[in-house]
Design a protein around this ligand. Structure first.
Ligand code: ZN
Ligand code: ZN
Length: 411
């Protein structure tokens, strides 16, 4: 089995990885290198040159039988929209539904329908390659790792994963094979000190902050479903209603009745931060009936509102109805985004109207402890670090012999 990392080594995100045998070729992920998206965490080491990757060209020069998408973050799926003639695409059903709905909300066209959806533990066979999707915990929901078997070899691809979310990490580890030939392992947090807070710990921290604040805003990704649950539970503890804008409402609606959403949760309401034309209104907002709220009604409630950096004008409006001084903005995203102009402007603005900013966040990627637990369990012959700027950590920990830095590797 041949592993070719077309992109994704020595950088975080933009993964494009090929697995091939004599008979069959597949791709794992087709990610974009975007540095400005709120939904994922792409950073690059300064000494790595821009690695232009033409997916169209790669597809036309090779006969790929399938593309397996681990999850809906743009640094794993975003490249697909730039190619015309795609082979069969495989993806989680909910992941695809969320990806499609959010792209269409932004007026982008989704150019594929998956040939089949993933089910945890149900293998998909393409030619002589067998791919078993394993449900993984990540800041995107419906994310998967893959166990790939071909030519009597076993390779694991982690995708993006972590052990500190609401899913049980031990049961994830139990599904993993032992003594694999190689692992293509994400290392976003490789070498970083400290242990990731668990989502349940965030919940308590948030509830403490929410307790005495005037109003509460949470700056977060609408696609981080674990975090939506955390914010809801914290708000519920301190008896505040949760407000989701139409975009987040649309996403949580797709996730089914167990995820806090305006349709089935009594204390969750939908609002819109922007003017909508009639068509948009009836598509996204009218459907919430008495679960939608205008700003005058909102101003009279004790609430927790999930926001994005584009909501400055809306907050200004709320502030003019009832002053927001003494309110709190919980910053619940990767710290690095604070350098982006739009985020910085938003944070400056909320402070200028007398709000306090409190950081409460935990990573969507495994910390070193969880990486070590995972690698101990699968006990790989070789480690191919991807989605990391710290391959050195793997080398120091597991030795030069074991860690692969070459873009092409044969197991
Ligand atoms: Zn990623
Ligand atoms: Zn991701």
């Amino acid at each position: 089995m041949k592993i070719t990392v077309h992109r994704g080594m020595e950088q975080i995100g933009g993964n494009v990885i090929e697995i091939s045998t004599d008979k069959t070729k597949i791709l794992l992920d087709a990610g974009l290198e975007l540095e400005t998206l709120e939904d994922k965490e792409v950073i690059k080491t300064e000494d790595v040159a821009e690695t232009e990757l033409d997916l169209e060209k790669l597809l036309s020069e090779n006969d790929f039988s399938a593309i397996f998408i681990s999850h809906y973050h743009a640094d794993h799926v975003g490249l697909l929209s730039l190619a015309k003639n795609l082979p069969s695409v495989y993806m989680g059903k909910l992941a695809y539904d969320i990806f499609k709905a959010t792209e269409e909300y932004k007026n982008n066209i989704v150019n594929f329908i998956p040939a089949r959806y993933f089910y945890d533990g149900k293998p998909i066979v393409v030619g002589d390659i067998r791919v078993m999707p394993v449900f993984a915990d990540h800041s995107a929901c419906d994310a998967y790792s893959f166990i790939i078997e071909a030519e009597n070899k076993t390779v694991v691809y982690t995708g993006d994963f972590r052990g500190n979310g609401r899913k049980n990490f031990s049961s994830y580890l139990n599904k993993m094979p032992q003594n694999v030939d190689a692992v293509i392992c994400e290392g976003t947090n490789a070498g970083k000190d400290g242990v990731n807070l668990k989502e349940v710990e965030l919940e308590n921290k948030m509830a403490d902050v929410m307790e005495n604040a005037n109003q509460v805003f949470v700056l977060m990704s609408a696609l981080n479903i674990d975090r939506v649950v955390t914010v809801y539970k914290a708000a519920n503890k301190v008896k505040r209603i949760m407000l989701q804008d139409v975009y987040m409402s649309m996403v949580t609606d797709l996730c089914g009745n167990n995820i806090p959403n305006p349709r089935t949760f009594n204390n969750v309401y939908s609002f819109t931060s922007k003017g909508m034309d009639e068509e948009e209104y009836s598509k996204y907002f009218a459907c919430y009936g008495n679960k939608k709220m205008g700003e005058k009604l909102i101003a009279d409630k004790k609430f927790v509102m999930c926001v994005r950096s584009s909501f400055k004008n809306y907050l200004q409006k709320l502030n003019s109805i009832k002053p927001l001084s003494g309110s709190v903005l919980i910053y619940s995203m990767w710290d690095g985004y604070k350098k982006q102009k739009i985020i910085k402007d938003f944070l400056d603005f909320v402070q200028s109207i007398g709000m306090e900013i409190v950081d409460i966040h935990t990573s969507g990627h495994a910390d070193c402890n969880d990486l070590e637990r995972f690698l101990e369990k699968i006990n790989p012959e070789h480690i191919i670090p991807v989605h990391t700027v710290n391959t050195e950590w793997f080398v120091k920990k597991y030795g030069e012999e074991k860690v692969v830095r070459d873009k092409i590797f044969i197991v």
